[in-house]
Structure formats: C-alpha cells, structure tokens
Ligand binder design. Sequence first.
Ligand code: MRU
Length: 363
Amino acid sequence: MNVGGTAYRSLWTDPVDGSLRILDQTLLPHELGIRRLATPEEVAEAITAMRVRGAPLIGAAAAHGLALGLEREAGDHALEATRALLLATRPTAVNLRWALDEVTRAVRPLPPSERAAAAARVARRIADEDVARNRQLGEVGLELLRAAWEARGGRPLRILTHCNAGWLATVDLGTATAPLYLAHAAGIPLHVWVSETRPRNQGGALTAWELGQEGIPHTVVVDNACGHLMQRGEVDLCLVGTDRTTATGDVVNKIGTYLKALAARASGVPFYVAAPSPSIDWTLEAGSDVPIEERGGDEITHLRGRTAEGDDRVVRVVAPGSPVRNPAFDVTPAHLVTGLMTERGVAQASRAGLRALFPDEAP
Ligand code: MRU
C-alpha cells in the first residue's frame, strides 16, 4: 500500500544482500521504521516481540526466516532446529505452521547445497501468493459490500472491524481490509468503526493508521462500545480476520471477537470473517482445540505511548499487586458467523460450506 507516495509491503527481501526487511509495527502509528533481519533468530525475535504480527504475515516472515537459516547451515538437523525455533514463536495462528510446512516440504528432498536457494524461492512465492489471494478475497468481499450498500439505498455503509486484519497483518492489502480498500476505490461510501483492541491497541494504532493513510472515513471506539453501537442500529455489518478457522467453521481471532459476534447476533447484524485458505486448519474440528496464546500481564497493567514532545513513555494503569490474565485470542463458534469470506467465495461457516469451496483440502 502507499504511505506518503511510496509503495510498501509489510515485508520484502533486500535485492542486494538477501536479508529480510520489515516495517517494525511496534513503532506505529508514530513512525514508519524499517528493520533488517538477517538470521532466523532475528526473525523469531521479531515475531515474538510482535514487530511483525497478524496471521498471514507471521507465516510469510517465518518462511523467510527458515530460508535465512538454511543459508547458514542446510543439513537435516539445522533444518529441523530452525523450523522448531520459528514454530515456537507464537502458538495460535495456523499460518505459521502452514508456511513452515510449505518450505520444509519443498527443501527436504533436496541436497543441502540446493536448499537455501529453493527455500528463498518458496518464501518469496508465499509472499506473492498472499497478496494475490488477498486481492481475490477482496473482490469476493467487494460484491458483498456492494450489495449491502445498495440495500441501504446508497447511504454510506457502516462496517465494524476488530484488531488489525489489514495490510500490516499480511504482506499487502490485508484480509478484512481488502474488501474495504476495493470498495473505497470503487466509489462505495464507507464508514468504519475501528475497535481499539486492548491490550495492544492494534485497532487504534494500526487499523486506524492504515485507514487514515487511504482516506477511508473511520472512527475509533473502545472495545466496550461495540455492543452499544450495534444495539442502536449504527453498524450494518461486522468484518474481522482470523488466526485459525477450524474445518467446521469455528473462528479463532483476537480476544474480544467473540463478544462482538454475540452482540451482532443479538442485534441482527451480519458477522463476516475474512478467512483466506492458509488460515484454515483442516486438521482441527473444534475451536476449543486451538491453542490460545497467553501473553504477559504487563500488556494489561501498563500502557505505552508517545508524548507530544516525541518521548516514548510507559505508565501503570492497574492497581499494583492485583493479579492479571491476558488471553490473546478467543473462539467464535461457527453458528455465530454469517459467512467466511475466502479467495474462492463466501463459505457458510460449516464443514459442508467449506467443503463446497475447498473439496481437495476439506476432510
Ligand atoms: O496478536 P496479533 O496482532 O498477531 O493478532 C492479529 C489478529 O488477531 C488478526 O485479526 C488476525 O491475525 C487476522 S490478520 C489478517
């Protein structure tokens, strides 16, 4: 996407030295900082520290990390050790395992001398295919948004999203944002409610920044305001991303997604999930079987921000000594999901619905 007239992806390979470049998302929305990652350890740190985050981007970054590791050492033991290092970074997004499997499957039959170059090719393909898949998903979503807008008699379409399923969470374009960007370009008037997404504020910091760059009208609200807005008829549809959707259509996404789906059902608001195929875990049935990341309590007890003078500050906001708990994702059961937007069309959130679109993959 464009930032200040320059086109960026959220990661890319340096054409000169082959290292990985990322936009360090811990610096946004204050500054656009580029970071160089030259080893799998640096890539693992970037994923763990959430310099890169969002399910598809985590997968693409890990694939590049494995390729960087194979440049250093390409024997079977090194391949398995680097894969394990990267796989252990974050537990919930299935794209991480998917991308590492894609690279591993391609290089394992090769002699070590050929593995690094082959892995780099697969990593670049994963990144390029992510962009193409998001565009296809965006076109599917565009038609759905167009119909919803027409049903509103041409008044602006009011969409609520959560967390950041934008271009920063993918290699480019985003999943939940792809239909928004295409609809905006097609002249469909939108207004996006951006839910702040405590504790790390991916909505307020990242999604709002993205939409602002594109000139899409939006308003940031605290997470707790979303039920109120839906109850008052101020939301036409919800559209969120997913870190892992099971073969039966249960959706695991950023903590707070489930509450929004409940409020949407109670208020008769359609609840859509942008679910590209690498985010679907065909090996799992129930959302309750997905490992849910528990993050550090400091994300709850403290807030990080930048002063008007440009100083980064961390301040405590919770009573000292009170215990805290920080689950990072939750499960929205399939029956609360109106539809799964995929690159092949909108699937009903069920085994049969997914099987109809993905007959080769669905069990
Ligand atoms: O913890 P994060 O910021 O990596 O969580 C991101 C989300 O939950 C996104 O909604 C999800 O990955 C979909 S991204 C296209």
